[in-house]
Design a protein around this ligand. Structure first.
Ligand code: 5GP
Length: 210
């Protein structure tokens, strides 16, 4: 008899620059009950990205074929490109008892909430708008026009936080990681979206013009 229980599903969304990728990488490195769902995308790979590791890079046609074969648990268009989560890969990992982390945008998160009501969703906010801008400019992966667009999109994305189960404010990565793990262990009540402290802080970040 297998001792593996079916693993859970965790959705993590954030505006770009909130530090979501680093948080996910550190969480994966620190626990072996977690697995990352490698998304499919039609965007081109950036320097240092590996096909089949960071993303599975596919053509528009390949992506459309996957949609018509109903192979995505969710998919969405983000910054002019398509991104999707493979239903089969997620299922295979969960069957092996892994809790699967989906690092996806808020549109995908909304689809997962509908299809997988047991999924837990976490939204990561930067500590301030100014810090978000600083991080985006410091990444060096985008052109100037792209950064302007990413910033505008990031501000729109940030307004999605109330739809998630939990909100984390990523001021420093160590603290955010500890908080994220407490959510994974079912002990993250302090970070629930319904918490008045969480709401006040999140609203402050969104309205701050610093
Ligand atoms: P990037 O191109 O910077 O890696 O990612 C752009 C955005 O697409 C990020 O918000 C990221 O979370 C999101 N994304 C990555 N994979 C998926 C996916 O499979 N589905 C959806 N809906 N969004 C994704």
């Amino acid at each position: 008899m297998s001792t593996n229980r079916r693993g859970g599903l965790i959705v993590i969304s954030a505006p770009s620059g909130a530090g979501k990728t680093t948080l996910v990488r550190k969480a994966l490195n620190s626990r072996n009950d977690l697995a990352f769902s490698i998304s499919y995308t039609t965007r081109r790979s950036r320097a240092r990205e590996k096909d089949g590791v960071d993303y599975c890079f596919v053509t528009e046609n390949e992506f459309q074929d996957m949609i018509s074969r109903d192979e995505f648990l969710e998919y969405a268009q983000v910054f002019d490109h398509w991104y999707g989560t493979s239903r089969n890969s997620v299922e295979a990992l969960r069957t092996r008892g892994k809790t699967v982390l989906l690092e996806i945008d808020w549109q995908g998160a909304a689809q997962i909430r509908q299809r997988e009501p047991s999924a837990v969703s976490v939204f990561i906010l930067p500590p301030s708008r100014a810090e978000l801008e600083r991080r985006l400019r410091g990444r060096g992966t985008d052109t100037k026009e792209n950064i302007g667009r990413r910033l505008r999109d990031a501000l729109t994305d940030m307004s999605q936080w109330p739809k998630f189960d939990y909100v984390l404010i990523n001021k420093d990565i160590g603290t955010a990681l500890t908080q994220f793990k407490s959510i994974l262990d079912g002990q993250g009540d302090a970070h629930r979206v319904a918490s008045p402290t969480v709401r006040r802080k999140a609203e402050q970040i969104l309205t701050d013009n610093a």
